[in-house]
Design a protein around this ligand. Structure first.
Ligand code: 25A
Ligand code: L14
Length: 332
């Protein structure tokens, strides 16, 4: 098997540092790693794979040394500019930003759901939005079995999703300091506002969940609505997902479908107060599903509570899992 050269772009950020952790846990056939960030971090040292690495400033020539795969998490504008440059040099980019997700030339992938889409990449593969990824892990097996008609998403999202700035706002806000990243205090508060507001009254985060769900499931006809909320939790996103199916189901069978699906851990034992919680999901690459109960207001509906580590499964771990599959396909 050919050993590969792998780059991490945005290596010093919240997601970037988790890329390094996940790469240390996974045994990918890599010859050399290259770590890039902005001028602010260039020259700084990080310990990685038992070695000391120096962060390099990203520029137009960064991909000129035979880099095979690049994991990007440096924000949308960096991805817009540098992902095509990397792709033009024969590198495959796995991009964490929202820049390329809805481009019809770019596959949008959750490895448990649509790994085959990796095969038609033209040099860029998009990692979905964190809230979308964990929802897809839970909903794909149910869509296959019962055919989804409508989804109502309500999210409870951690501050780590907004990077270091979001994390600092909660930490400092708990000590009484004013926020810098968010427009209002997040400590002791809930903000129904993630990413920017759009002309239709939704936030961009809400529209990402709606549009990305349809693309990943390949089901443009599903009716979907969403409300995304920032809550004072440091890490791991929680979601209430209300789903209506075309077909009838037995609740016990539906629970078994979830239990047998890849990437899911069912935690649902209400008699013992067992249900998914952010504090337990943090540090894991799995998606936790519980509070599974019939929506008694419609014919074929169910309610789920879905929790995952937004920086791991929602970003870094999902991207590394994409890279792993990509390497598998390269060697086929
Ligand atoms: O446009 P998008 O897609 O909506 O993405 C916007 C932001 O969302 C995060 C990511 O922030 C991104 O900037 N993000 C992206 N995908 C995500 C996902 N799936 C996601 N969040 C959750 N889930 P981030 O903080 O995680 O990462 C920022 C990284 O990008 C690097 N970077 C910035 N400009 C760059 C660049 N890299 C290359 N070239 C450029 N021109 C950035 O590196 C970071 O690694 P850095 O060197 O600029 O900063 C590293 C040091 O700065 C500290 N720091 C970061 N933000 C702040 C800060 N310090 C103070 N205030 C801040 N706001 C870090 O601690 C680090 O030490
Ligand atoms: O990946 O929580 O589209 O602020 C953009 C904003 C991820 C999370 C994305 C947040 C995100 C995010």
């Amino acid at each position: 098997m050919k050993k590969l050269n792998v780059a991490v772009v945005g290596a010093t950020g919240m997601v970037g540092r988790t890329f390094l952790k996940v790469l240390e846990e996974e045994n990918l056939p890599v010859e050399n790693y290259y770590l890039f960030a902005s001028a602010r971090s260039a020259g700084s040292k990080v310990q990685f794979m038992g070695k000391e690495y120096t962060i390099e400033e990203l520029n137009e020539n960064s991909f000129d040394r035979g880099i095979d795969i690049a994991l990007f998490s440096a924000g949308g504008s960096i991805s817009e500019k540098f992902a095509p440059i990397a792709a033009s040099k024969g590198c495959v980019v796995v991009d964490n930003s929202s820049a390329w997700r809805m481009n019809s030339e770019v596959p949008l992938v959750v490895p448990e759901v649509n790994p085959e889409d990796i095969k038609w990449n033209k040099g860029i593969i998009a990692n979905p939005n964190c809230s979308t990824i964990q929802a897809m892990v839970a909903l794909k097996p149910l869509d296959e079995k019962y055919k989804i008609k409508r989804i109502v998403y309500s999210t409870y999202q951690a501050v780590s999703g907004a990077g270091m700035g979001g994390w600092n706002d909660l930490e400092n806000g708990l000590k009484g300091e004013a926020p810098k990243k968010f427009p209002h205090p997040i400590a002791n508060n809930c903000l129904p506002h993630i990413d920017v507001f759009l002309p239709n009254g939704y936030t961009k985060e809400e529209m990402k969940m709606i549009e990305e769900t349809r693309k990943i499931l390949g089901r443009q006809d599903i009716k979907i609505t969403a409300t995304t909320v920032r809550v004072p939790v440091f890490n791991s996103h929680s979601e209430s997902i209300n789903v209506e199916f075309e077909n009838p189901f037995e609740l016990s069978e539906l629970v078994d479908v979830l239990k047998n699906a890849p990437g899911i851990v069912v935690e649902d034992d209400t008699a013992n107060n067992v249900y998914p919680m952010a504090i337990n999901a943090t540090g894991s690459n799995d998606t936790y599903v519980g509070r599974i109960r019939r929506d008694e207001s419609v014919e074929n509906g169910v309610n789920l509570w879905v929790v995952a580590d937004n920086i791991r499964k929602g970003a870094a771990a999902n991207a590394v899992q994409i890279a792993k599959k990509l390497i598998e396909y390269m060697n086929d």
